[in-house]
Design a binder for this molecule. Structure first.
Ligand SMILES: [Zn+2]
Length: 257
């Protein structure tokens, strides 16, 4: 039966256990919950972006094909929010943990977030499962235009300078597959994973539910840090730590004092 921890004392105890082991392969998965303290909305949770009453349909591949302007109307303003947001103590604790890890430890940070805050916090080995909102690419998969950094909100969809098709934010929309390179990197990291930590994401829906299964199959110790308890519990998580990521992670991952 998996344990649920909530108090500072319990989290400190777990920190001591984690620090007593020389992990060779660490995989972290983060979701929208880690960026809430930076002022960014979650997508699907209570108050989330795609549950707002003024948004009638979720942005998916069909919407992009039918009406690229609508995609920019939804995501363009989020670029402004991301630019003014700053990494919070949870992002910083992860970056610090990676920096303190021995060179012989492989550390892979998988993120479902498109906000780029892990990179700004100083994390290095990041796999962006859903792309990056501050990047733009061409809609045409055969086009030779490389994705490029772009902070403009684009009230009207910009057109590609190479092929003339509309450009799009370089993010994974609902019902689109994960980028091939990101999915490959995630699978590779999970195959040798010894410690798996999911943060700010429900443990019961994909990709966390699949990733924890993969990590468990590889023999990893598995932890979930989230604000709300898993419903129902995923059997492959050993430990669930309940609390806000920006409170829990500095306690759990901070250097021993
Ligand atoms: Zn193009």
């Amino acid at each position: 039966m998996a344990a649920t921890l909530t108090s500072d004392v319990e989290i400190h105890e777990l920190r001591a256990q984690l620090q007593a082991t020389a992990w060779r392969h660490i995989v972290v998965l983060t979701g929208a919950g880690i960026s809430v303290a930076s002022g960014l909305p979650t997508y699907r949770g209570p108050g989330g972006l795609w549950t707002r009453p003024d948004i009638e349909e979720v942005p998916d591949a069909a919407m992009l094909a039918r009406d690229p302007a609508r995609i920019w109307t939804l995501f363009g303003p989020l670029r402004g929010s991301i630019l003014t947001a700053a990494p919070n103590p949870a992002h910083l604790a992860l970056a610090d943990w990676e920096a303190r890890s021995p060179e012989t430890t492989s550390f892979t940070l998988l993120t479902q977030n498109v906000d780029g805050l892990h990179g700004r916090a100083g994390s290095r080995n990041i796999v962006e499962l859903h792309g990056a909102l501050l990047r733009t690419r061409c809609c045409n998969p055969a086009c030779t235009l490389s994705p490029f950094e772009d902070t403009a909100e684009h009230p009207a969809p910009p057109l590609c300078t190479v092929c003339g098709q509309p450009l799009r934010p370089d993010i994974t929309l609902f019902d689109e597959p994960l980028p091939v390179d990101a999915e490959w990197a995630a699978k590779k990291a999970l195959r040798e994973c010894e410690l798996f930590l999911a943060i700010g994401t429900s443990g019961t829906v994909a990709p966390a539910s699949n990733f924890v299964r993969g990590a468990k199959y590889a023999g990893a110790r598995t932890l979930l840090v989230n604000l709300t308890p898993m419903q129902p519990r995923h059997p492959d998580f050993d430990i669930e730590v309940l609390g806000r990521a920006e409170r829990v992670l500095p306690l759990l991952l901070g250097a021993a004092s």
